[in-house]
Design a protein around this ligand. Structure first.
Ligand SMILES: [Zn+2]
Length: 327
């Protein structure tokens, strides 16, 4: 199967399908609703129902809509231009899916953003055998090692409780879609009162619909939040500093695996939990897939492809335009 890397992203020309294309394309698979994957209107969008809902709320409204949409949920197959497409869970944010493409007797797997460990919210991924693998490498260096979700849950709750006992305000900085909702869910499961910034709160109903209901959260408003944990978008830190209030920050992120994150984000508590795979998970994924050819996209593409080649796996880096990596 031909895998074509273009400035607009990856295309499978034999079946006329784009994968997370940057610019409008006639037909595109969208792996999940983060902006660096779902960023354009397309003639036809194929994705899971949850991703389509988030895409409509987040991207389509801004772009004016007009797409045709086709839902392909976990485990479902679609006959597409002589190929068979199957969606599989990716364990990343809610709705995130891998795409298995079977065509001409060959199997190609596009992971999108993926993790193997069970997520706090979402469906655990599966690894299926394939001939060609297109895999992300956001954390494709051996310095990145992450914790299991149970440990993340415990550390999030323990930090919040410790701060509240000391009458300080625990603050969690989380990305607007994915990490933010997972933190709110973990805090509410532990019975901790929580106020949530609007950028994160707007996606909580989508998580509730998928079975991850963080009921009991309150909207964040400027002013006193004594006795509550705050879950804010990362850009809110400056406002906190200006407020002069007694707060303490935790940073829940894959980037928290390296100690300079403490200084970089001003957090005293680093919790290395991610919605991406760490290095060992990526190696495990590649090995278990049995792929004879690997295309590496996103993140440390050159380094990770080199590491795979050193292990005897045919691998190539697919360089895209430089852009912020959303975790
Ligand atoms: Zn993502």
């Amino acid at each position: 199967m031909i895998v074509e890397a273009t400035p607009n992203g990856i295309c499978l020309p034999e079946i006329g399908l784009w994968l997370d294309a940057r610019e409008p394309s006639p037909a595109c698979w969208i792996s999940h609703a983060h902006r660096d994957h779902a960023r354009s209107a397309h003639g036809l969008v194929v994705a899971t129902s949850a991703t389509l809902s988030l895409y409509q709320a987040r991207v389509n409204g801004e772009l004016g809509g007009g797409n045709q949409m086709l839902a392909l949920n976990y485990g479902e197959c679609l006959e597409w231009r002589g190929a068979r497409l199957t969606a599989l869970p990716a364990g990343h944010i809610v709705g995130a899916a891998q795409l298995l493409v079977e065509y001409g007797g060959e199997r190609l797997l596009y992971t999108g953003d993926i993790k193997l460990r069970a997520p706090l919210c979402g469906t655990q991924s599966v690894v299926v055998p394939c001939d060609q693998l297109i895999v992300e490498s956001t954390f494709g260096l051996p310095i990145y090692h992450f914790i299991e979700r149970e440990e993340a849950r415990q550390r999030i709750a323990a930090f919040a409780q410790e701060c509240l006992v000391e009458q300080a305000t625990p603050v969690f900085l989380g990305y607007a879609l994915g990490r933010g909702q997972e933190i709110v869910y973990a805090l509410r499961q532990a019975g901790i009162p929580v106020a949530v910034h609007g950028a994160i709160a707007r996606f909580l109903p989508f998580y509730a619909e998928q079975g991850f209901d963080a009921a009991g959260w309150e909207p964040y408003e400027k002013g006193s939040h004594r006795g509550r944990a705050l879950v804010l978008a990362p850009g809110m830190r400056k406002f906190l500093e200006a407020s002069g209030k007694d707060y303490r920050i935790a940073y829940v992120s894959g980037w928290a695996a390296v100690s300079n994150a403490r200084a970089r984000v001003g957090a005293e508590c680093l919790i290395p939990y991610s919605d991406h795979a760490d290095f060992e998970e990526l190696i495990q994924l590649v090995t278990q897939s049995g792929a004879r050819r690997v295309h590496v996209v996103h993140g440390y593409v050159s380094a990770f492809a080199r590491i795979l080649r050193q292990r005897g796996i045919e691998a190539e880096a697919v360089e895209g335009p430089s852009e912020a990596i959303q975790e």
